[in-house]
Design a protein around this ligand. Structure first.
Ligand code: URA
Length: 433
C-alpha cells in the first residue's frame, strides 16, 4: 500500500508518480482516508512540479473512476458538447445547445454555477420561472431524446473526487495549475458520456487564463486528454478582454440569448456561437449550416422546447431590477476598451454573482453595455447601465469600473473574437506544468 507522506515527498522532489500511486491517492482521498492537509501539500507539489502526460492521464482516469459515467449510447443522434473556461457575458451555451440540436446532434450540456466575476449558465437559466437545473439521469436522457438538448446541473455521482479536490484547491492557492484545471474539467466532461467535445478556452482579462500562451497550453492539454479517453475533442481560443455581447448578469443574459435566437444578436456573440457550432457539428460528423438554423427559427424552437421540458415557461416575463443607474462618458471620441474583468466584478458586486458557493444570486442585477469598443461616444453619453435590487450596491460597482473604460481619438482595429483553433489531431504537450 502506498504511503501519502512518501508520495508527497516524491512529487515535491520532482519524481514521477506511478499509475497505481495516483489511482490509490485519488480513491483514498475521495473515501476520506487521506487528510485534507496531506492532499493540500500534494496539490502544492503538483502545482510546482506539474504532471507529465502519463501522470495526467492516470490522474484524470482516477477522477472519472471516482463516480458514475452517464450512458448516452442509446441515443440515435450523435452526442456533442461544449465547455467554456468561463468569461463575462458568456451566454453562448444558451444559444449554442439548441442551435446544434436543431441541426441534428444531441447536446448534453452539464453545466455549473458562477463563482467570482464569471457567470454560470445555471444561474442565468434559473431566472426563468419554473425552470429546473436538477434532473435525474433518466430525465436527462428523456429530454435529450425528445428535444435534442439539455442544460442541467452535473449530478453528485459524476466525478465526486473533483468536487472534493476543487473545494480544497480553492482554499489552498492551487486552482491555477494547468494539469489540475485540465483534469478537473475533462473528468467531468468525459464522465458525462458525450462522444465529442469542443472547448472554448477564453483569453484575456475576464478569463481564467489572461495570456495566450497559457490558454494555448491549457487547450492543448485538454484536447490531448479528451482524445486519449476516446472523446473527439478540439478547442477554440476566443477573446475575453471585453464582455461578450452587451448584457452581463442573469435574466439580462437570457434576454440577450433569446434575441440572438430570434436573429437579433450582437455580432461578437453570433460569431463565437457559430464558430463553436461549426466545430461541434464537424466533430459529430453532421453536415448542416448552423447559420441557417439560427436565421430560420429552428434553433429558437429547440430552445423553447428545452425550457418547457425542464419545467420553465419560455413566455414568462423575466425579473427586472427595481433600481438602475448609468455610467456616462467623460469625453467624446471612440470607445477603445471595456475591461471584461472590471465589468464582471461590477456585475458581481451588483448581486449577479456569488462570493461563496452557498450564496444566492440576484436574477435581475447586472450591467448593460450600452456602448462597446469600436463605437463612437459623445461627452456625457450613457455607456453602461447598472441594475440592482439594492441601491446600496451601486457605489462599489462603480468603484470596480473606475479604470475599465478607454476612450480615444480613433476607433480600435476590429479584432476577430476567435484567436486560434486547436484541432482534435493537433499536437499535445508532453509536460503540463
Ligand atoms: N473549472 C473547473 O471545472 N475546474 C477547474 O479546475 C477550473 C475551472
Amino acid at each position: 500500500m502506498p504511503d501519502a507522506v512518501e508520495l508527497i515527498r516524491a512529487k515535491r522532489d520532482g519524481a514521477r508518480l506511478s499509475d497505481g500511486d495516483i489511482g490509490w491517492l485519488i480513491a483514498a482521498y475521495t473515501r476520506g482516508d487521506i487528510a485534507d492537509e496531506q492532499m493540500s501539500a500534494l496539490l502544492m507539489a503538483v502545482y510546482f512540479r506539474g504532471l507529465d502526460a502519463g501522470e495526467l492521464q492516470a490522474w484524470t482516469d482516477a477522477m472519472i473512476g471516482s463516480g458514475e459515467r452517464l450512458d448516452l449510447t442509446g441515443l440515435s443522434a450523435p452526442t456533442t458538447d461544449k465547455h467554456s473556461t468561463g468569461g463575462v457575458g458568456d451566454k453562448v451555451s444558451l444559444v449554442l445547445a439548441p442551435l446544434v440540436a436543431s441541426c441534428g446532434a444531441a447536446v448534453p450540456q452539464l453545466s455549473g454555477r458562477g463563482l467570482g466575476h464569471t457567470g454560470g449558465t445555471l444561474d442565468k437559466l434559473e431566472s426563468i420561472p419554473g425552470w429546473r437545473a436538477r434532473l435525474s439521469n433518466d430525465e436527462i436522457v428523456t429530454v435529450l431524446r425528445t428535444v435534442g438538448c439539455v442544460i442541467c446541473a452535473a449530478g453528485d455521482g459524476l466525478a465526486p473526487a473533483d468536487r472534493k479536490l476543487y473545494a480544497l484547491r480553492d482554499v489552498t492557492g492551487t486552482v491555477e495549475s494547468i494539469p489540475l484545471i485540465a483534469s478537473s474539467i475533462m473528468s467531468k466532461k468525459i464522465a458525462e458520456g458525450t462522444s465529442s467535445l469542443v472547448l472554448d478556452v477564453k483569453v484575456g482579462s475576464g478569463a481564467f487564463m489572461p495570456d495566450l500562451a497559457s490558454a494555448r497550453t491549457l487547450a492543448q492539454t485538454m484536447v490531448r486528454l479528451g482524445n486519449g479517453h476516446g472523446v473527439r475533442t478540439s478547442a477554440l481560443l476566443s477573446r475575453m478582454d471585453m464582455p461578450l455581447g452587451r448584457a452581463v448578469g442573469n435574466a439580462v443574459e437570457v434576454e440577450e440569448a433569446v434575441a440572438t435566437l430570434r436573429g437579433e444578436g450582437p455580432a461578437d456573440l453570433v460569431a463565437v456561437t457559430l464558430a463553436l457550432a461549426t466545430e461541434m457539428l464537424r466533430l459529430a460528423g453532421i453536415t448542416a449550416d448552423p447559420g441557417a438554423a439560427l436565421a430560420d427559427g429552428r434553433a429558437l424552437s429547440s430552445y423553447r422546447a428545452m425550457i418547457t421540458a425542464q419545467g420553465g415557461d419560455p413566455d414568462a416575463p423575466l425579473p427586472v431590477a427595481p433600481h438602475a443607474e448609468v455610467v456616462t462618458a467623460e469625453q467624446a471620441g471612440w470607445m477603445t476598451a471595456l475591461d471584461a474583468r472590471a465589468v464582471g466584478v461590477a456585475a458581481w458586486r451588483l448581486g449577479a454573482g456569488r462570493a461563496r458557493k452557498e450564496d444566492p444570486v440576484s436574477a435581475s442585477a447586472g450591467v448593460i453595455c450600452l456602448v462597446k469598443p469600436g463605437e463612437p461616444v459623445e461627452a456625457g453619453q450613457p455607456l453602461l447601465e447598472l441594475r440592482a435590487d439594492d441601491p446600496a450596491r451601486f457605489e462599489r460597482a462603480r468603484a470596480a469600473l473606475a479604470a475599465a473604460i478607454g476612450i480615444g481619438p480613433h476607433p480600435p482595429e476590429p479584432a476577430d473574437p476567435i484567436l486560434e483553433r486547436v484541432p482534435a489531431g493537433g499536437p499535445g504537450l508532453e509536460l503540463a506544468s
